[in-house]
Design a protein around this ligand. Structure first.
Ligand code: PBG
Length: 333
């Protein structure tokens, strides 16, 4: 890019900021409802709307209620709803078999949403942590989170989600080789059109705390996830992971968490030019909500500003718990 430097006062950059009309005219990025993926938490039962204490405004929903939420999201123009099941302790086991049960909570919700609101895309999560007795995303053997046996289980899990009718599969587990294995299995099973959004650059982050409460994994988790999730100090490694996942058949890639990793979003978009997403995670959401509730920041403005930052950083879309709230605002409701 050639930058022309006119000197002051020929150039006064404030001229183009002097009114809303001029600011609107020269705005470089826009946020629309098309940019939103709404993560929701599922729970057993009927007519259940159960608040998540650490995420004000977020609820766990039973299948009937998530169908209503999907309809609401669709009416607001939100293109994707992403499902995360809260799993009862009784269903958490060493072998994680509930993860690929065709009738598990996530699969039941996918079927119900696709039947009632076919126009919204359903995204599902592939990782063993909601079903694992020790809270890890993979099987644990002698204290080690084992890779290859976990990938076999993740493939079964992904196939059951595709069979249930999901549109986007989001492997969030960070095992090596899972994208290639899932892609091959989907092709073999006739699920050629199921897309993969890989959590390619997922960091071992403190910002996932409230999510682990929401899905009931905090109590179960022993130790940390540093042997599979990325070191927050690394950046080049994110590009290697994205390249690897694209080679293995990912259609879209994700950076997670969001706001502390905007530099990674920008590098990924510049390097590969593929559909790039960021996850504004539970801790980011909780921080904004908590400060707003205390009257320390203007929550609505902070929400919009935080989401616009992802667009500026090159993202095509954002997974955000603010999705319905921001959609209403963008629609002038
Ligand atoms: C687990 C998973 C996590 C999130 C999405 N999938 C947590 C973790 O890795 O421990 C976090 C999302 C959030 O914090 O909003 N596979």
């Amino acid at each position: 890019m050639t930058t022309i430097h006119a000197s002051f006062p020929s150039q006064r950059l404030r001229r183009m900021r002097k009114s809303a009309a001029l600011r609107n005219l020269v705005r470089e990025n826009t946020l629309t409802t098309d940019d939103l993926i709404w993560p929701v938490f599922l729970r057993d039962g009927e007519n259940v709307v159960e608040p998540v204490a650490s995420m004000p405004g977020v609820n766990r929903l039973s299948v009937d209620k998530v169908v209503e939420a999907a309809q609401e999201a669709y009416d607001l123009g939100i293109p994707v709803i992403c499902l995360f099941p809260y799993t009862n302790a009784s269903l958490k086991t060493e072998d994680c078999a509930e993860a690929w049960n065709p009738d598990n909570l996530s699969n039941r919700a996918t079927r119900a949403i696709k039947a009632a609101v076919p126009g919204i895309a359903v995204m599902t999560d592939v990782a063993l942590d909601p079903y694992n007795i020790n809270g890890h995303d993979g099987f644990v053997e002698d204290g080690e989170i084992v890779n290859d046996r976990t990938v076999e289980a993740l493939v079964k899990m992904a196939l059951s989600q595709a069979d249930a009718g999901c549109d986007i599969i989001g492997p969030s587990d960070m095992m090596d080789g899972r994208i290639g294995a899932i892609r091959a299995a989907l092709e073999d099973a006739g699920h050629q059109n199921v897309t993969l959004m890989s959590y390619s650059a997922k960091y071992a982050s403190a910002f996932y705390g409230p999510f682990r409460d929401a899905v009931g994994a905090s109590g179960a988790l022993k130790g940390d996830k540093k042997t599979y999730q990325m070191d927050p100090a690394n950046s080049d490694e994110a590009l290697r992971l994205v390249a690897r996942d694209l080679n293995e058949g990912a259609d879209m890639v994700m950076v997670k968490p969001g706001m502390p990793y905007l530099d990674i979003c920008r590098r990924v978009k510049d390097e590969f030019g593929v559909p790039t997403f960021a996850y504004q995670v539970s801790g980011e959401y909780a921080m904004i909500q908590a400060a707003a509730q205390n009257g320390w920041i203007d929550g609505e403005k902070a929400m919009i500003e935080s989401l616009m930052a992802f667009k500026r950083a090159g993202c095509d879309g954002i997974l955000t718990y603010f999705a319905p709230e921001v959609a209403k605002l963008l629609n002038g409701q």
